[in-house]
Design a protein around this ligand. Structure first.
Ligand SMILES: Nc1nc2c(c(=O)[nH]1)N=C([C@H](O)[C@@H](O)CO)CN2
Length: 127
């Protein structure tokens, strides 16, 4: 995914129960979301130093994503995907992210439904 040919950190199948949906009844229940992330990150420094401070800490990212998703009810899984990308750019210094949000229980006859977005951080005038 990385356009600069850098490495990637992956988080796959992060399961989060959330208030999510466009219908009123969906705002009264919790539904399962599955989050898959592909995050551009140069892993070489961490691979050489063996120091977590040089790594993109997938545990910290997972925790932050779960906290953000659970923080408030939302209608669309698109909103969840965009918000996660923003969080990764703002709080973790990620510059490119692929975010897939699945809602596996949403359509009875479908194994899964999902959106997948790819975003690149656009820095402001002061970086
Ligand atoms: N593109 C989307 N389509 C739909 C969404 C969504 O979040 N994105 N959500 C719904 C309902 O909430 C559905 O999951 C209830 O079964 C319908 N379509």
């Amino acid at each position: 995914m990385s356009q600069q040919g850098l490495d990637e950190v992956l988080i796959e199948g992060l399961e989060i129960d959330a208030t999510i949906g466009v219908y009123d009844w969906e705002q009264d229940i919790q539904q399962k979301l599955l989050i898959d992330l592909v995050l551009a990150w140069d892993c070489q420094r961490a691979g050489e130093s063996d120091n977590i401070d040089d790594a993109l800490d997938y545990a910290a990212v997972s925790q932050a994503v779960e906290k953000w998703v659970k923080a408030q009810p939302r209608a669309l899984i698109e909103t969840v995907a965009e918000g996660i990308a923003e969080l990764l750019f703002k709080d973790f210094g990620v510059t490119e992210a692929q975010v897939k949000v699945s809602k596996p229980g949403a359509v009875p006859n479908a194994a899964n439904v999902a959106v997948k977005i790819r975003r690149t951080r656009v820095d402001g005038p002061f970086g």
